[in-house]
Structures are given as C-alpha cells and as structure tokens.
Design a protein around this ligand. Structure first.
Ligand code: ACM
Ligand code: ZN
Length: 459
C-alpha cells in the first residue's frame, strides 16, 4: 500500500482498506463538523469511497483538515484513511524581513500560502530597520518619503566589501496594502505580527526625523549591513510621543495580540555621550545604559498593554531587567529563551543555530548564492528542540518556534524562496509534530510536498 506523505507528520494515520480516486474528491466544497472534543487547531479527516468527512475543534482545525486534503490531492489514488492530528505548539511562525529588501504584495501572499500549507499560524513581519522604513504612517510622512529609500546598496559581504551598486533601493507598503495582506493571512488562519524596531535599528527613522536621535543631525539611511551606533534617544519625551503615535497607527492595521518591538543590537555609545539620556538615567534612578534600554522597552510595553496588546522582544530585552509580562524571542542560541522560561516569561524559540534561514544550507557555500554566513541545513533545522534543557514545569512557557528570514543578502524572490521554503517545512514539523520527528522519513515526505509547492507556483 502506498504510504501517505504529509508534512507536518500527522499524529495518527489509520489505513481503512481500499482506495479512492482523488479526482473524484472535491476539496474546494469541503466542510468540517465542529466538536468540542478536539483542541481548537485539531482535526480528524476521513477519506473513503463515500467521500470526505471531517471533524475539527474549531475553524482553525477545519482549515488544517483542508490543507491535509490539499496535500492528499497530489495523489492520483489515495488509500482510504482516517487521519487525526493536532499541533504540539500554539505558535508556529516565519519571520520575513522586508526592511533590507522589499518584496511585492503578491509575493508575500505566495509565502503565506506556503506557510498555510504546512499549517503555520503566524507571520512576523520585520518592517523597519537601519536600511529602510517600509510601513506608511500617516502622521509622519517623512518616514516613507525619506526613510524608505537608501541611496545605494553594498555589493558583496559587509565584513569585506566597500563597493556599492550606485542604485537607490526604496519602497514601502501603504496602509491599504498592509490591510490587504493582514486579511489575506487571516483568511488562512495566519496572524501577522508587525515588528517596529526600537531603540536600535532605527537609522531610517532618524534620517526622516533627526530629532529622534541623540545627536539630532547627520543621519543617512544605511547603505551597508551590520549594526549602527545611531539609535533612538530615550532621553527626550518627544521620542516616546513619536513611538506612541506610530504604534497608534500600527494597532489600527494589525489586530494581533502580540506586537514585536525589536530590542536587539542596540549599542549604548550615543546614550553615554547624550546629556538628555544621562539625565534620564539620573532622574529615573537607573544604574546604567542597559537599564535605560530596559526603561525604554518597559515604557513602550506599558503603553501597548494599556492599549490591549502584549509585546515580543528579541532576547536582549532580558538585559537590564525584563518585564514579567514580555514574551522573549530567543535568537542568540537558546540560552536567552531558557533563562526567560526559568524566570517565568513566555518564550518563542528562534535560535540562530537552528532557525536562521538566511544562513548557508550546504557545506559548499561557493555553490550557493552568497549568504550572511553560518550553516543551517535542513537537518539542523529539524534537530531543533524548543524544550532544550527545560523541566516539564518550565516547558509550559515555550509558546513555539519560528524561522527567521533576514534579507540583507536576498534581493530577489527566486532566491528568497530557495532560502525559505525547504527549511520552512522543517520548522513547521518541529512546531506541529515535536514528538514524532524522523528526519529520514521527513526527507522522503518532502518529495511530495515539493509537488504541492510546484502546484502553487512555488518552485
Ligand atoms: C537579530 O538577528 N538581530 C535578531
Ligand atoms: Zn539621547
């Protein structure tokens, strides 16, 4: 009998005997009966000579039943089966960096389709950075008029190159386009979480409105990769007014429970020189610049909480003291996530050594397009253990997993798909099938998923 090749690997497949011609199955007009006996995202799908029947814990489960059916439709003849499934983790995501390189609304929709096919439920959208501001904010038009355009882009690797392409790179998403993407994703049970970076990775904003920085002048949307010492000035009240006004518009566009505030890679150099930042440290009784970063994040968290939202921050938000209600996204390995879970904070695991989809995926980088570095083949993604070293009690704080696609070195959509799609499936299987992973079997099943990707125009 033909074995079913489904990704993520279902919890239980019972072969009922006999088989069905899939051309006779109408997967479009499919509907599932809802039951409170299954979890919200869980489902039972039966494919027999009599047709398709499904029950689900909720609309999400019903949708996942339909995605499984979509994978089965790749078969001409399908054995009669009963499939029962539910995800291991409630948060299963991919992050798309559109600040370094923009991609079109149509392309983002294709990626959402691919994520839905492997039953992910979140897209983390990185929209602002040193090299470009990509979200229209009506109150601050300079953010997109000025901040969305860098004069040119580095050619080659930022560790070694000082050559530029002499071609401006710009663009942004209008609020109308953002609503369109959020709706498209929601129709596929994918929540879009926006990331607006603070207090670092802010040079595009500073170039648009120089009063946002400590020095107050001389900024330029960054043309090379790496980390800038120019960051938001938390010594000024006007900086917080700006951020709150920006978030007020962001909240109108994104209904997500979580808002990502960045928090990573914020050098403290400019704060050490800035009289206003030093005064803030004194008046707030802070110990040092790390506590000033923590003050900034906590103040924004308080404002967002008052507006009904929770924050996610990169693991640097642990430095200088993290708020107990912040969710920590562990990226510098798993250690930040482990520390956060032990302290009772919620955690999303995205450790670079398993989850950075901008890293090389083979041992022969010379045969791949240039990447930022690293080595994260599919097997390495698959080996991720989001519960790394945690006790059963601490495991409850791990919300889930995420693959990150940074786009410094990824300028075209074919390249983006090459980096994202194979490894996205491995992340999905960690998120859905934690307790039933088998890499050789997964590789075998990938051959079938490839056909689905092809059918969706995602070669
Ligand atoms: C990061 O990769 N800087 C979160
Ligand atoms: Zn300052």
């Amino acid at each position: 009998m033909k074995q079913l090749n489904i990704i993520p690997n279902p919890n239980k497949i019972d072969y009922l005997g006999g088989s069905v011609k899939m051309e006779n199955i109408d997967s479009e007009s499919f509907s599932a009966r809802l039951t409170d006996k299954l979890p919200e995202e869980g489902y039972v799908l039966e494919v027999t000579e009599n047709g398709v029947e499904a029950t689900a814990g909720g609309e999400r489960g019903a949708f996942y039943a339909s995605q499984t059916l979509k994978q089965l439709k790749q078969l001409d003849i399908c054995p009669c089966v009963r499939i029962e499934d539910a995800p291991a983790f409630e948060y299963r995501a991919f992050m798309l960096d559109c600040a370094r390189h923009m991609t079109t609304v149509e392309n983002i929709k294709k990626l959402i389709d691919a994520a839905a096919l492997v039953k992910m439920n979140t897209m983390h959208w990185h929209l602002t950075d040193d090299q470009g501001w990509r979200i229209e904010i009506k109150k601050y038009p300079e953010l997109t008029r000025v901040g969305s355009v860098r004069g040119e882009t580095l050619i080659g690797h930022h560790h070694t190159s000082s050559e530029y392409d002499k071609t401006p790179h710009g663009g942004y998403y209008t609020q109308k386009q953002i609503r369109e993407i959020v709706k498209y994703a929601a129709d596929r049970y994918i929540t879009v979480i926006p990331e607006i970076e603070l207090p670092g990775h802010a040079v595009a904003a500073l170039t648009s409105y120089p009063w946002l920085g400590c020095k107050g002048e001389g900024y330029e949307v960054r043309r090379r990769w790496g980390i800038s010492k120019e960051v938001f000035c938390p010594g000024k009240e006007t900086t917080f007014e700006f951020l709150q006004n920006v978030f007020a518009e962001v909240l109108e566009l994104f209904p997500s429970e979580f808002i990502h505030i960045g928090g990573d890679e914020c050098p403290k150099d400019s704060w050490k020189q800035c009289p206003l930042c030093q005064e803030r440290i004194r008046t707030e009784g802070l110990k040092d610049e790390f506590e000033l970063q923590s003050y900034t994040v906590r103040r924004m968290e308080k404002w967002l909480r008052e507006h009904g939202r929770k924050i996610i921050g990169w693991d640097e938000i642990l430095e200088g003291g993290v708020s107990p209600t912040a969710t920590v996204m562990s990226w510098r390995g798993s250690k930040g996530g482990i520390a956060a879970a032990k302290a009772g904070n919620h955690v999303i695991m995205a450790p670079n050594v398993h989850c950075y989809l901008d890293y090389y995926q083979t041992k022969t980088p010379t045969k791949e397009p240039m990447a930022i570095g690293g080595y994260v083949p599919m097997r390495k993604v698959y080996e991720l253990d989001p519960y790394d070293q945690l006790t059963p009690g601490e495991r409850a704080y791990i919300l889930g997993v995420q693959g990150n696609l940074w786009t410094e070195y990824i300028a075209t959509f074919p390249h983006l798909k090459h980096m994202l799609l194979p490894r996205l499936a491995a992340i999905a299987e960690v998120g859905w099938s934690y307790d039933r992973k088998d890499f050789d079997d997964f590789k075998h099943r990938m051959n079938s998923l490839r056909k689905c990707y092809d059918a969706a125009g995602l070669n």
